[in-house]
Write a protein that binds this ligand. Structure first.
Ligand code: ZN
Length: 239
């Protein structure tokens, strides 16, 4: 009989798929190694993060809004774009924001060799040191994807892994839903994920405009709910 074998194969496949997703892709799990996801112990403090930039179309608009509202943020930038747009990165630093590493070319890190992961991180560290004078201490993998070789690479460089606990899903949502989903996910010590570019489709200016339009409403909503935006450094210090 073929059926029991076939059902067995499908079951094993589903279980392996679930384990892979749980350990390597789900942002809230730390099976493979430590990561900052949320700091519930810090009460009504939250951190705002932007991935995938810098971009010509929206990073500066976001910086304007952050400056006008006195909100600190952390930008997880891609080396290839920081290299192309160094002035925007320098502006973010001069306005008090934190710059962090989001790889050079934004690959999925699954099934990658340790040397490949190290190269993506080091190339970006080199670019950012040239642009800002400092080597970042924080890393966020593209798509939140983690793989075994990532952890030793980060340990060797004394870098910390930062994921997120709250997303506006701005790669697919319209403006109202970005605001709604972000505020819905708000909890004590949340790390909020938005984007100032979309590496999957950097020409996607429509979605970037949506994030820019959503941001003032998010800032407003977060503050009305009694939360304060703090620099990422407050989330890293152990109590
Ligand atoms: Zn990304």
């Amino acid at each position: 009989m073929m059926w029991p074998i076939l059902i067995g194969f499908v079951a094993v496949f589903i279980i392996l798929g679930f384990l892979f997703w749980y350990a390597c892709a789900l942002p809230s799990t730390q099976v493979l190694g430590p990561a900052l996801v949320r700091r519930p112990d810090l009460g009504r403090r939250v951190v705002l993060t932007f991935d995938d930039g810098p971009s010509e179309s929206s990073t500066e608009k976001i910086l304007d809004i952050l400056r006008d509202n006195k909100v600190p943020a952390i930008f997880f930038v891609c080396g290839k774009d920081a290299e192309r747009l160094p002035d925007i990165v320098r502006r973010a630093v001069s306005e008090g924001h934190t710059i962090a590493n989001h790889t050079y070319s934004h690959p999925f890190l699954y099934f990658r060799r340790r040397a490949t992961i190290a190269d993506e991180i080091d190339r970006t560290q080199d670019v950012l040191e040239r642009v800002t004078g400092e080597r970042p201490k924080l890393f966020r993998p593209p798509y939140g994807g983690r793989w075994f070789g990532l952890y030793p690479v980060l340990r060797e460089r004394e870098m910390e892994l930062v994921l997120w606990s709250d997303a506006g899903y701005d790669w697919k949502n319209d403006t109202d839903r970005i605001v709604r989903d972000t505020l819905k996910g708000l909890k004590p010590g949340s790390v909020i994920l938005l984007h100032d570019s979309f590496q999957k489709n950097p020409a996607d200016k429509i979605n970037q405009d949506r994030t820019v339009r959503a941001l003032p409403q998010i800032i407003d909503g977060v503050r009305k709910a009694g939360f304060t935006f703090v620099p990422i450094q407050e989330f890293l210090a152990t109590e």
